[in-house]
Design a binder for this molecule. Structure first.
Ligand SMILES: [Zn+2]
Length: 53
């Protein structure tokens, strides 16, 4: 994994959902694709307009 956030909780980043504008706390499951996380949930992902990469 290579993530070393142990004992450093205040360092955890957060993001804003591009659909509902809510702040999303960092999730371990997002560590590997944090840069590409844009939505807080599948519901928001479905609401979002499709974008071509
Ligand atoms: Zn959202």
């Amino acid at each position: 994994m290579g993530v070393t956030f142990k004992g450093n909780k205040s360092f955890l980043p957060s993001k804003t959902c591009v659909v509902c504008k809510k702040e999303m706390p960092w999730r371990k499951s997002w560590a590997k694709n944090w840069e590409s996380v844009k939505y807080c949930s599948d519901a928001c992902r479905k609401k979002a307009p499709k974008t071509q990469a």
